[in-house]
Design a protein around this ligand. Structure first.
Ligand code: DGI
Ligand code: FE
Ligand code: FE
Ligand code: FE
Length: 187
């Protein structure tokens, strides 16, 4: 499949708004891939499919988590988290995408995890800083993303944890693991 075929393949699975978000994430991910010397093709492919499962029913996602090798503890956390790991499984099954790096970047684009590779960081960051977003603290992250992948990713996780804690939400452990791991690496 080429880029236009990927875009055509994801479109029927998304709302118009989510599709536009996806195109912005893909453009942002390609810029970051150029900047930080990662395969632009993999970054674009992962970004195009990163929210593939966003509109699956809670029942379908729950069943897939239970019947796959995904950790069942996902079910104890907010269902907003499920579309990322579930999406990685569904794009493999339904779109025959088998690149494990691409699937990893889709899987961890929401929570992050310890020891992320550059592609995983790029998709997580692109999702957060794409031009349609506005979060408190986002300008600082966009600036850091000009030249420091680790720091911008760390800021993304820090902001997300602060936001979730502010609401009193439960936070998936991988998000803390990602944050702690990057804390060791930033200057
Ligand atoms: O799918 P998108 O809206 O483009 O972006 P996302 O996949 O990053 O969104 C998931 C939302 O999930 C995000 O706004 C925060 C929320 N969330 C709920 N629990 C957690 C969480 N995010 C993280 N990182 N960790 C959590 O435990
Ligand atoms: Fe998402
Ligand atoms: Fe995100
Ligand atoms: Fe997204």
């Amino acid at each position: 499949m080429n880029r236009n075929e990927w875009i055509a393949a994801v479109k029927p699975h998304l709302t118009e708004q989510r599709f536009e978000h996806t195109l912005r994430v893909a453009r942002t991910a390609v810029q970051l891939a150029k900047r930080f010397h990662v395969s632009e093709e993999k970054a674009e492919l992962a970004a195009i499919f990163h929210d593939y499962a966003k509109f699956r029913s809670l029942d379908e996602m729950r069943q897939l988590i239970l019947s796959s090798s995904l950790p069942n503890d996902l079910l104890l956390y907010h269902h907003e988290l499920w579309h990322a790991p579930v999406g990685a499984i569904l794009v493999r099954q339904e779109q025959a995408i088998h690149d494990t790096q691409v699937l990893g970047a889709i899987h961890y684009h929401t929570t992050g995890k310890a020891h992320m590779n550059k592609l995983e960081m790029i998709v997580l960051l692109a999702d957060y800083i794409e031009p349609g977003r506005s979060f408190p603290g986002l300008e600082e992250v966009r600036e850091a993303a000009q030249d420091d992948l680790i720091r911008s990713c760390w800021l993304t996780l820090r902001n997300t944890i602060q936001f979730l804690m502010g609401k009193g939400s439960r936070i998936y452990p991988d998000t803390f693991h990602a944050y702690n791991d990057l804390t060791k690496q930033i200057n």
